[in-house]
Design a protein around this ligand. Structure first.
Ligand code: GDP
Ligand code: MG
Length: 708
């Protein structure tokens, strides 16, 4: 059966790893009768963590789509992994969700992961509710968790419920919105509704009043009514909360025990009554600035937020319908690849279980198989429409490692598998780096890379080793030098002859022409590896024919691709060719190329060459108590501190650090701070290395050249 847009609710389960998201999804599925038995993490039989790797590790790695029917609604549920290493799965799920369900662990309160995820919720402006889970735990502390949530997420955090008897004996929740007390049977499920006892009535009433006020505050009509009559009726209260929640003016808080199956029914009821349908959300942004309203009656637009390759099935494509409806057999047009795609099968999913469906309408989330080429972030439209939903922006990578198969024969297989994974996971970047002669994997954290290795080994059956990645250095010069070289070869019949005189200089923006030379021709190249190369042809009197210009330039560029010091790319150099000699018979392009390479190399070595290393800018956020350790560690990494100061509840440090010193930084930071820090990094610039590092690098290079 197909649901209308108004009856759809798309929720994403978010929270620090281990707070109970996957278990909560399990209780929602069971309570809504989407499943007939409740699985658990311990028994490795949850609907959401269905891949072998998730079962083996006992936590989520991929986002999983599920759906339940509750009252009038179809609730699409996306469970996400909690670790920041899998941020790609978190933000792609947030892209298509209309409500965030933020789970907190009642025994540990607001954790680092919770704060990181809350920032993502804010960035997406997603309305959110908070569920405090594990109320049955002996160490559960609802009050403290609620206080921390208010403290960290702001005073728009408003409790709807509180537990009466948290801990091992937990079975009762007071609901201040309904002004009802729920008492759960031994094994959870449907609670008995009771009057709130005398002893709790004041506290419940106070919470109720706060909710009424929040409901009235965000709508003028309701505000007037509230002032006139001092209260709101149930319909008005619901309406007011709906408005406030959609505007992120309230973040209501609920209680739950996912393992005991207590509390999820009421939360689904709230999602049905008050959380926004896709039609209640702002229109989607299109590339180019236009907006797309979620309207089932309009032309069809789908957006792919995730793909996964399943054994024996092939590509599984997850999408949200942003406009119109979709039926099996529909022919769509891919706005990114310009290809036509036939949607032959249409499904809704509960983890790995798929059920065919004959239509999905605007706002709904579904699955299709076997579409040809479509990838994450692409938009499919009715023929004739060219809409592109603004793509998900995946973050920069934070860690890199070189990979190798144990034997060369396996390289091709390994590459194929890695490219396959990186297609499903846009936060994993595979770079077959010619300059470094290594294959570099860029990812979000050590766990991210370790999981990738594990997948390659277990799923693809290919051994893979991690290796320290080489650094992409650059070479340049710091003072001018003149030099000349004569290439002469007499071998039997025809010989080879070319002589080139050349000046090399450091190039900089606005460098004046040489005062002692006449520039006849000028070429400035943006080098593919960054920096500039300026080439001046200053031959007067025809000592070298102009037909050799290209060969001479090519000779220089060849050397610039493999610098004399370390074999790295050279940059920001000006070359002026001002004299030379040619031979009427023996001169040719090859001879001039060889002469030019040779003279460039020797001139380069006489112009105080300098090795440059890549510098990254780091932004580190950490809690106060670990600030000292983080700073101390940075000091050992040749870091230049650019600034530090408080940002919200974090301390923020900005620093520039050489890439060489960032090897395994993500793991070090995690263990140094017990996870209470996170960082982002981006390439900043190339900077000169110190003389001792330069000596060491050139020596190592010379040695490796001799070995080779
Ligand atoms: N006591 C208790 N344990 C829970 C509850 N919910 C989940 N757990 C346990 O917490 C662990 C992590 O749960 P999981 O659902 O994988 O958390 P996720 O990482 O957020 O998906 C598992 O061992 C669960 O059995 C709960 O409500 N109470
Ligand atoms: Mg999970």
């Amino acid at each position: 059966m197909s649901y209308t847009t108004e009856n759809l609710r798309n929720v994403v389960l978010l929270g620090h790893s281990g707070c109970g998201k996957t278990t909560f999804a399990e209780t929602m599925l069971f309570e809504s009768k989407a499943t007939s038995r409740r699985g658990s993490i311990e028994e490795k039989n949850t609907i959401s963590d269905f891949t072998n790797i998730e079962m083996e590790r006992g936590n989520s790695i991929f986002s999983t789509l599920m759906n339940v029917k509750w009252k009038d609604s179809k609730i699409n549920i996306i469970d996400t992994p909690g670790f920041d290493d899998f941020v790609g799965e978190i933000i792609s799920s947030l892209k298509v969700a209309d409500t965030g369900v933020m789970l907190l662990n009642a025994k540990s309160g607001v954790e680092v992961g919770s704060e990181i995820i809350w920032e993502h919720i804010n960035k997406f402006s997603t309305p959110a509710i908070i569920v405090v889970n594990k109320i049955d735990d002996v160490k559960s502390d609802y009050e403290t968790t609620l206080e921390q949530a208010k403290n960290r997420f702001g005073n728009k955090v408003l409790p709807v419920q509180y537990p009466i008897n948290e801990g091992a004996g937990f079975n009762t929740i007071v609901d201040a919105l309904r002004m009802t007390m729920y008492v759960f049977p031994e094994d959870g499920g449907k609670p008995q509704k009771m009057d709130i006892p005398e002893s709790e009535i004041n506290r419940a009433q106070e919470m109720h009043n706060a909710l009424v006020e929040a409901a009235a505050e965000n709508d003028e009509g309701l505000m007037e009514k509230f002032f006139d009559e001092g209260s709101l009726n149930e319909t008005e209260l619901t309406e007011g909360l709906r408005i406030a929640l959609a505007k992120q003016e309230i973040f209501p808080v609920f209680c739950c025990s996912a393992t005991r199956n207590m509390g999820s029914g009421r939360i689904m009821g709230f999602i049905n009554d008050i959380c926004p349908s896709p039609a209640d959300r702002p229109a989607a942004n299109l590339v180019g600035g236009d907006k797309l309203v979620c309207n089932a009656g309009a032309d069809t637009t789908l957006f792919i937020y995730k793909t996964l390759s399943e054994p024996r099935i092939g590509n599984v494509t997850y999408f949200k319908v942003y406009s119109g409806c979709i039926k099996p057999g529909d022919e769509l047009f891919n706005a990114d690849t310009r290809n036509s795609e036939r949607i032959s099968q249409l499904y809704v999913a509960n983890g790995k279980n798929r059920e065919t469906i004959n239509q999905l309408c605007a706002g709904d989330i579904g699955v299709t198989l076997k579409i040809k080429e479509a990838k994450t972030n692409q938009t499919l439209n009715t023929k004739g429409k060219d809409r592109k939903i603004v793509p998900i922006e995946f973050p920069n990578s934070r860690i890199r490692v070189a990979v190798n198969p144990p034997s060369k024969q396996d390289m091709e297989k390994l590459m194929k598998a890695l490219y396959q994974i990186s297609e499903e996971d846009p936060t994993l970047i595979v770079d077959q780096n010619v300059a470094l002669k290594q294959t570099i994997l860029h990812g979000q954290g050590q766990l991210h890379l370790d999981i990738t290795k594990y997948r390659i080994e277990k799923v693809n059956n290919i051994e893979m080793e991690f290796e320290r990645p080489r650094i992409s250095y650059r070479e340049t010069i710091t003072r001018p030098a003149n030099d000349s070289y004569r290439h002469k070869k007499q071998s039997g019949g025809s010989g080879q002859f070319a002589e080139v005189h050349m000046r090399v200089e450091p190039w900089y923006e606005g460098i004046p022409d040489p005062s002692d030379l006449t520039v006849r021709k000028r070429e400035i190249d943006d080098l593919p590896w960054g920096g500039k190369f300026e080439f001046l042809w200053c031959i007067v009197g025809g000592s070298i024919d102009a037909k050799y210009i290209n060969a001479i330039k090519k000779g220089v560029l060849q050397k610039m691709e493999e610098g004399p010091l370390t074999g790295s790319y050279c940059q920001n150099i000006r070359v002026s060719v001002y004299d030379g000699k040619m031979h009427p018979v023996d001169s040719n392009d090859m001879a001039f190329m060889l002469a030019s390479s040779a003279v460039f190399k020797s001139a380069f070595q006489n112009s105080a060459p300098q090795i440059l290393e890549p510098i990254y800018e780091l932004e580190i956020l950490c809690s106060d108590d670990v600030m000292g350790d983080v700073m101390g560690d940075l000091q050992t990494r040749r870091a230049m501190i650019l600034g530090m100061g408080a940002e919200g509840h974090y301390q923020k440090i900005n620093a520039k650090v050489p890439l060489k010193e960032l090897y395994r930084y993500s793991s070090t930071l995690r263990s140094l701070t017990q996870g209470r820090a996170k960082f982002n990094r981006a390439f900043a610039e190339y900077m000169a290395v110190t003389p001792d590092i330069q000596n060491e690098l050139s020596r190592t290079h010379q040695m490796s050249m001799q070995e080779a």
